[in-house]
Design a protein around this ligand. Structure first.
Ligand SMILES: [Zn+2]
Length: 184
């Protein structure tokens, strides 16, 4: 059986998108992979300080939203089911509906807060697909701007971000809270 290998970096956009969903370089993710750290998406009831420490913007009984601690652009957020499962076919209909609904809301909040020219929305299922945390599936939402691929790193771990995580949390938090979405 012939394996189709898609051309790499056929377009500048493709190179940028590949990089966006490639968080495996960080030591933090490495610890998560080897079992040295607990799953970042699994937590109990959180107060305000706990949400802030974990960068959680929204958590309801079925789905959650948090900032990516190692973002590839300002406003890079993650949406995950609350349940620790690796792939969408393992989710119940209610969980699928909840995650789809919060993805739609999160896109609206990112548009309102950042006015991006576009967004990347996607998930890496399995290590072979580039998942940094493969055991708890999650979607990446990344605001994009015309020409921003210029500053996306293709090789190496140094990222220059125009906005600190605390600022991003402060900017996006009110959008989620205004939607009545801050409860855990
Ligand atoms: Zn988990």
């Amino acid at each position: 059986m012939a394996r189709r290998t898609p051309p790499r970096r056929a377009r500048p956009e493709a190179a940028g998108a590949g990089c966006l969903w490639a968080p495996w370089r960080s030591a933090y993710i490495t610890r998560a992979r080897t079992g040295g750290a607990r799953c970042i998406f699994c937590f109990g009831r959180l107060g305000e300080s706990g949400r802030r420490r974990r960068l959680v913007l929204h958590a309801d009984p079925l789905a959650l939203v948090m900032l990516n601690r190692y973002p590839y652009a300002s406003g890079h957020i993650l949406v995950a089911p609350r349940r620790h499962v690796a792939s969408p076919e393992m989710l119940t209909a209610a969980e699928l509906a909840a995650t789809a609904a919060i993805i739609a809301r999160a896109v609206a909040h990112l548009r309102a807060a950042y006015r991006p020219d576009g967004l990347n929305l996607g998930a890496n299922l399995g290590r072979a697909a580039g998942a940094g945390i493969a055991d708890h599936m999650h979607w990446h939402l990344v605001p994009r701007w015309e020409g921003d691929t210029n500053f996306m790193p293709v090789i190496g771990s140094t990222r220059v971000l125009p906005q600190a995580l605390e600022e991003t949390y402060a900017l996006l938090g009110p959008h989620f809270q205004a939607a009545g979405a801050a409860s855990t």
